[in-house]
Ligand binder design. Structure first.
Ligand SMILES: [Zn+2]
Ligand SMILES: [Zn+2]
Length: 206
């Protein structure tokens, strides 16, 4: 009997796949794409279906979306951990071998061109003209292409790190909340006066 899960070829995830998921193309998404592909190469992981991989993202910005698509580490599977320290740093842990790499970015921080900052402010506040809008998108496009095509060592540092395996997502039993009657994971309930409540209900009681 054929096991379809183990016979198909690994699917190559492109940057366009990431753009489709994220909704737009941007330099942040490009760095997430570069980080995930570089880390997977360093860890010898090729299949995005590989659930042995865990990603720890030190940001909650655009790059995280590329990480989910490329590395297959998603919020729903529990193998995406966000520790938002506001850093463009991503650690990937391979459970099978207990090995991890941390990818950080060292883009040369050019002093921000005040005209670009002004342009960005206009675009974000919706007051930019069509020309300014186009000019801004052209700049973003250039920055994105730069990140996508720069030699790895020019923009990233990929280091092996040693760490404890992140805790596995556990499957919890469900119970019925004494307040709203909705089903809720046991571990997420609060006991008030001997009864189990979901968190929002327990907060209403107090
Ligand atoms: Zn973005
Ligand atoms: Zn409730």
């Amino acid at each position: 009997m054929k096991d379809h899960h183990h016979t198909h070829e690994p699917r190559l995830v492109t940057f366009e796949d990431c753009v489709r998921f994220h909704g737009h193309s941007c330099p942040g998404l490009a760095s997430g794409y570069r980080a995930a592909t570089a880390a997977m190469e360093a860890l010898g992981v090729t299949r995005p279906e590989d659930e042995e991989l865990v990603a720890i993202c030190e940001t909650d910005a655009c790059g995280v979306d590329a990480i989910q698509i490329v590395a297959g580490t998603t919020a729903g599977k529990g193998n995406l951990i966000i520790r938002d320290y506001g850093k463009h740093a991503f650690t990937f842990f391979n459970r099978r071998e207990g090995k991890a790499v941390r990818v950080t970015f060292h883009r040369k921080e050019k002093p921000k061109d005040p005209s670009v900052a002004a342009l960005q402010a206009k675009v974000f506040s919706g007051t930019a003209t069509d020309d300014e809008e186009a000019q801004y998108h052209e700049l973003m496009h250039k920055a994105t292409v730069d990140v996508l095509h720069a030699p790895a060592e020019e923009i990233m540092k990929i280091e092996r790190v040693s760490m404890q395996p992140p805790e596995k997502a556990r499957i919890f039993a469900s119970v019925t909340c004494a307040g709203c009657g909705e089903s809720v994971a046991d571990a997420k309930t609060r006991i008030v006066n001997g009864k189990r409540y979901c968190i929002p209900c327990s907060e209403k009681i107090r």
